[in-house]
Design a protein around this ligand. Structure first.
Ligand SMILES: Cc1cc2nc3c(=O)[nH]c(=O)nc-3n(C[C@H](O)[C@H](O)[C@H](O)COP(=O)(O)OP(=O)(O)OC[C@H]3O[C@@H](n4cnc5c(N)ncnc54)[C@H](O)[C@@H]3O)c2cc1C
Length: 389
């Protein structure tokens, strides 16, 4: 019979929860239970597919510092897993000099954190990567450590290593009730109630469902996003040693990858999806979204195009200010929550590490000051939203 009493219970084993289970298990071994409602590696949430962009370049120093620790954390896990989980390709954030997402904030943050970068004009970008077609008003920030966080591999590594450390990892185990009584949590799944002293909730697009058991509801927007893989006839020019990850800093914001995981380029629009819910979403192709991606590539990245190899859908869980949630749940001592706001995969391992620090030590060396659950915008019913950061 599966054990029922644990010190730490993690709800949700996507990107963040798998990492939390791993980092907890590194320190407390078998005192960790992880519960996932679907099969491990399912594609109904946010963390599937081969690749996510990882980068130091961010709009605020706090994120740059967290990103530094993210690289360190992935490196530690990769070493233990015996396989790298990040592929460095270099990364370029580019767009019009006057744009919805100013590159200057990225450069200022990198400079403030002592990270080297290059500010490139359009001719220089096209000289280095002739795959781009750019007008003279375009500029970009190149940062050599940008690259790919290998999402599916990273999740599997966290789960495998957590088990190796003695954690109990249960799939097909939806949490249907959480009770906080007598200083501990009773967490019910498949008719069994597990007891734990500390709780980590990393439920992605189901966050309000899980947090609802603790009486909390957040103004989150779940959107159905989409990525397109193109079987480019110029595939060789887009191999990771010849082409960087890239982000188009404007509204609409596009991003893309070198060939990785599939024999194809990958391009997508950030926040290009329609509102949905985790339980009612579909997996159909959004033709308008796909057409937007093609139009962008025709203009700026024509050789990336080719027959559509694959279109995948995926969910974002957006906070109104697009900052993460990484915090203790108010009024419930020992319970912690994390929400990724549609850009957290690169940080998955370090967020798991931070959650383990909060749960075990009550504090973390990382600056979490903008990730609080008590921030005003999360207490509004209809908050103003700003997703372009
Ligand atoms: C198309 C796309 C592109 C992206 N690109 C990037 C990128 O380039 N770089 C980047 O850093 N980030 C990117 N992101 C964002 C990043 O992938 C997410 O922020 C991150 O994966 C969120 O992980 P999560 O663990 O919070 O959510 P999920 O992976 O969805 O995990 C939540 C898990 O909790 C489980 N769960 C929920 N409720 C329960 C319950 N009651 N009982 C048991 N289990 C439960 C779910 O089944 C799920 O497995 C992208 C996301 C998408 C969709």
């Amino acid at each position: 019979m599966t054990r029922r009493d644990f010190e730490y219970i993690v709800i949700g084993l996507g990107g963040l929860g798998s990492a939390a289970a791993y980092w907890l298990s590194r320190r407390v071994g078998k005192d960790v239970l992880g519960l996932e409602q679907f099969e491990l590696g399912h594609v109904k949430g946010e963390s599937q597919d081969h690749s996510r962009i990882i980068r130091l370049s961010y709009h605020s120093p706090l994120y740059v510092q967290l990103a530094k620790r993210a690289y360190e954390s992935w490196d530690m896990v990769g070493k233990e897993a015996g396989e790298p989980l990040v592929l460095v390709t270099g990364g370029i954030d580019l767009g019009p000099r006057e744009s919805a997402i100013p590159a200057q904030t990225y450069m200022d943050s990198l400079a403030a954190c002592g990270v080297e970068y290059e500010h490139l004009d359009a001719p220089e970008i096209m000289k280095r990567w002739p795959q781009f077609t750019l007008t003279d008003d375009i500029h970009g920030v190149y940062q050599s450590q940008g690259g790919i966080a290998m999402a599916a591999k990273g999740n599997a590594a966290h789960q495998r290593l957590a088990r190796a450390n003695g954690a109990t990892i249960l799939d097909r185990s939806p949490v249907t009730a959480i009770e906080h009584r007598g200083g501990e949590y009773g967490v019910t799944s498949n008719g069994v109630t597990y007891r734990g002293k500390k709780l980590v909730i990393a439920a992605g697009p189901w966050s309000n469902g899980a947090l609802g058991h603790l009486g909390m509801h957040l103004p989150l927007q779940v959107t159905r996003e989409q990525v397109t893989y193109f079987a480019s006839p110029h595939r060789v020019e887009f191999m990771p040693d010849r082409f960087p990850v890239w982000i188009w800093l404007d509204d609409p914001c596009y991003y893309g990858f070198p060939v990785f995981g599939e024999p194809a380029t990958k391009v997508a629009q950030d926040c290009g999806g329609k509102p949905t819910t985790a339980d009612t979403r579909d997996f159909e192709v959004d033709e308008a979204n796909a057409a937007g991606v093609v139009k962008f590539c025709e203009r700026h990245l024509p050789k990336a195009l080719g027959p559509v190899h694959l279109i995948k859908t995926c969910l974002y869980t957006l906070t109104p200010d697009r900052d993460f949630v990484i915090d203790a749940v108010p009024g419930h001592a020992g319970a912690f929550a994390a929400i990724g706001a549609g850009h957290a995969y690169k940080f998955a391992s370090v967020i798991g590490r931070v959650l383990s620090e909060l749960a075990i030590d009550g504090q973390s060396p990382s600056d979490l000051s903008v990730f609080g659950l008590d921030r005003e915008i999360l207490r509004m019913e209809n908050p103003p939203v700003s997703y372009m950061v």
